[in-house]
Design a protein around this ligand. Sequence first.
Ligand SMILES: [Zn+2]
Length: 159
Amino acid sequence: METAIPLFIADVHLGKLASMLRMLGFDTVYSNTFSNAALVNIALEQQCVLLTRNVTIGRHQHALQTFIIIHDAPAEQLKTVLQHFHLLAHIQPFSRCMVCNGALEPVAKETVINELPEKTAQYYHQFWQCTHCRRFYWKGPHYNRMVHFIQKITGDSIR
Ligand SMILES: [Zn+2]
């Protein structure tokens, strides 16, 4: 049976975790300006799982789904979330913007070439652009580190 992939909202302490989840394609609301009340409201309204370091947040909100993050290291945090929510099979790199959570779409190299550092244009051939903030993405060192990390968790390779 297909299980639904949860939407996430991450608290103000979890910015790195939020951008890593987005990098793997998981819809994650995050802003370092959200108050605890705002986090709870958004989580309830949009039916997101609230990822938080705060064990008391939303304690009296019975409809609220929270997942308490106990690790300090973002890599450990990510591993816990991926495993707990069974997300490893649902990873879709280059589908979501790490910065704003917007959807990415593939763009032709000719379109981006003038916007990129010369070396990037030389070495990479596949590009994506955020439909919201217009930022560009490619399979650079950041992506390679993430692939390596996922391989360590799963023993498998991803695209
Ligand atoms: Zn964006």
